[in-house]
Ligand binder design. Structure first.
Ligand code: ZN
Length: 78
């Protein structure tokens, strides 16, 4: 399932929305599946690179760059 998702969308979708091109490493559930099996297997996936998957805060700590302001939709404001 992960391999299929990454084949379908090889680029990190979160980075793409910010105008960055990064290859994705993980298939992430857009909606948290919790313990819902149907959601786990059929839920929508998005391709993410490792920094986006482990959270922008961690990425910020690694790169030392100031974080961008985050809009109400959860995406950075340019
Ligand atoms: Zn990314």
């Amino acid at each position: 399932m992960r391999a299929r998702q990454l084949q379908l969308k090889p680029l990190c979708e979160a980075c793409e929305k910010r105008g960055l091109i990064r290859s994705a490493r993980v298939a992430d559930h857009i909606e948290p599946h919790r313990d819902n099996e149907a959601k786990f297997w059929n839920g929508a996936l998005q391709s993410l690179c490792t920094p986006c998957h482990s959270g922008d805060k961690q990425a910020f700590e690694k790169t030392g760059r100031m974080p961008t302001r985050i809009g109400p939709d959860g995406w950075p404001i340019e």
